[in-house]
Design a protein around this ligand. Structure first.
Ligand code: FES
Length: 156
């Protein structure tokens, strides 16, 4: 991480309208989370209080203050998915990845999270990996899906 990257990101978002949000989105994309030292640099570059930066960073669920893996696996635990056994998917994924929900694999490849409704309840049960949605997924498909992403799916 270096402040040159932060300066470049800030400079590429000159529009004052929604500037902080855009800068934080770019930082999240660059580092996959919002590192504390980078948020300090952002406050300095934008000449705003650090508390304001944290206010926005903690308001939106899309931002993470903890390091995230290259691929984010979201298991839906909304009502429709829950009644169709969403808990099993979390268990299977925890086993396949060797981590617990909310954690990131040691190799930095995957972060596993639980979410409330991915907005496609008719496809329940649903998991999403980055932008790919798996609907009507069956627990026995989990190892194969993980293997595909380990093998480079989503890298192109
Ligand atoms: S409850 Fe799972 S997609 Fe809505």
């Amino acid at each position: 991480m270096n402040d040159v990257d932060v300066r470049r990101i800030v400079a590429s978002h000159p529009d004052p309208e929604g500037r902080l949000l855009s800068v934080l989105e770019a930082i999240q994309q660059r580092w996959r989370y919002l590192p504390e030292e980078v948020l300090r640099d952002v406050a300095q570059e934008l000449q705003i209080p650090l508390s304001r930066v944290y206010g926005v960073a903690t308001f939106y669920a899309a931002f993470s203050l903890e390091p995230r893996g290259k691929h984010l696996i979201s298991v839906c635990h909304g009502t429709a998915c829950h009644v169709k056994g969403a808990g099993q998917f979390t268990e299977r994924l925890e086993k396949a990845l060797g981590i617990r929900e909310g954690e990131t694999t040691e190799d930095g490849l995957f972060t596993l999270e639980a979410v409330r409704c991915l907005g496609c309840c008719s496809l329940s049960p649903v998991i999403r990996i980055d932008g790919t949605t798996y609907g009507r997924v069956r627990p026995e498909q989990i190892p194969e899906i993980v293997a595909q992403w380990r093998g480079g799916k989503g890298d192109d």
